[in-house]
Design a binder for this molecule. Structure first.
Ligand SMILES: NC(=O)c1ccc[n+]([C@@H]2O[C@H](COP(=O)([O-])OP(=O)(O)OC[C@H]3O[C@@H](n4cnc5c(N)ncnc54)[C@H](O)[C@@H]3O)[C@@H](O)[C@H]2O)c1
Length: 347
């Protein structure tokens, strides 16, 4: 029961949220491995640009669909990754009811699809299920400190409910469900305006604007590069037997926001100072994963150091900003600018 044996033929993998930041990197990696990939996305926060290079790939299929209304698909599916959900506070708070429904109804629909196809299922949960944690670092058996009525509840509690659904489906023998708790992840293809700390600070620095820090900047975060995360997701989906428990995936290196800002200021010369603003409600003070379980069960650990990943992400945002500046000023058509031009945008 629930034991999936891959028969060596092409595996078909459905990636809900596959046009998003993480999802598009996952689609790339699955295609590279030889799988057939079906990306299901409503483009709420994701972008067609992220999957444009895959459009003509013979093993890639794109379905524009909200998972809250998704029921079945007209071909066999062997694995289902559920990454569909707005992930940054401004985007998940823009329509909090839809965020909650995506987590609960959307996950329920995809679990039912996995059940009917006898497919394995991986739910992208989050370190937000630990809320503002009172234990540090966070192990998977820590139950969290979450407000169920605050402005982050649509996401935090939605993801907790989605986890409960997954483990109910697993316990009752209906779906081979796995749950990953993802800690802050960054890299190319993040939206420049999605309100997450690394994209905020890099875009501000590249634009020559002061860096905005909420609170006193002494709160900590741990940052995982996206290729490390994707390797962890695939390892958890494929490991046998099913661990039957959530697994943290993240980078345990812990940095204060002030330290992060200083690294970015050094990396992107031309920034202009720091402004401090009040901390938003329910913002966690400390975040750092305990990844002992991932190390033991998946033989996984992150490989990309923050300095290296930040540089790649800065290069990506520089090219995005240059493109958008060129689109905004078509009459001043100019040759493709060098990296130094990126530092002058918005200055
Ligand atoms: N990036 C991180 O640091 C991080 C941390 C913890 C958890 N996660 C989780 O990982 C997943 C991917 O995050 P991301 O950073 O790539 O975010 P993202 O916003 O870039 O990607 C989410 C994707 O889901 C799609 N989507 C949202 N609601 C949908 C719906 N109802 N139906 C269909 N598609 C829908 C969006 O259009 C987008 O393409 C999310 O579930 C998120 O909660 C991410």
């Amino acid at each position: 029961m629930l034991q999936k044996v891959h028969d060596g033929k092409t595996r078909t993998v459905l990636v809900a949220g596959g046009a998003g930041f993480v999802g598009s990197h996952l689609c790339d990696a699955l295609l590279l491995r030889g799988d057939r990939v079906i990306c299901v996305d409503s483009f709420l926060t994701g972008s067609k640009i992220n999957v444009q290079p895959l459009e003509n790939h013979p093993r890639f299929r794109l379905i524009e669909q909200d998972v809250c209304h998704f029921s079945d698909i007209d071909e066999p599916v062997h694995q289902v990754y559920n990454l569909a959900c707005a992930a940054s506070p401004p985007s998940y708070q823009a329509d909090p009811v839809h965020t909650m429904m995506t987590c609960v109804a959307g996950t329920g629909n995809l679990l039912a699809l996995a059940e009917s196809h006898n497919a394995s299922f991986l739910q992208a949960s989050t370190s937000e299920v630990y809320g503002d944690p009172e234990e540090h670092p966070q192990r998977e058996d820590y139950r969290g400190n979450v407000s169920c009525t605050g402005p982050r509840a649509c996401y935090d509690e939605g993801k907790r409910a989605a986890e409960a659904l997954c483990f109910d489906m697993l316990r009752t023998g209906r779906t081979d469900a796995r749950v990953v708790r993802i800690f802050n992840t960054y890299g190319p293809r993040m939206q420049p305006n999605d309100g997450r700390i690394i994209s905020n600070l890099l875009v501000q620095a590249l634009s020559g604007d002061p860096l905005t820090i909420y609170g006193n900047g002494e709160q900590t975060r741990s940052f995982c590069f996206v290729t490390d995360l994707v390797a962890g997701l695939m390892a958890l989906m494929d490991v046998e037997p099913n661990p039957g428990a959530p697994v943290n995936i993240g980078n345990p290196g812990e940095f204060t926001i002030n330290e992060l800002a200083a690294m970015i200021q050094t990396m992107v010369a031309g920034g202009s100072g720091i402004v401090y603003r009040p901390l938003p409600k329910d913002d966690p003070q400390r975040r750092r994963p305990d990844i002992a379980r991932a190390r033991e069960l998946l033989d996984w650990e992150p490989k990309v150091p923050l300095s290296q990943g930040l540089q790649q992400t800065a290069d990506y945002f520089a090219s995005v900003l240059i493109e958008s500046e060129q689109r905004a000023t078509p009459s001043r058509a100019r040759p493709h600018p060098g990296p130094t031009d990126a530092l002058q945008i918005g200055a």
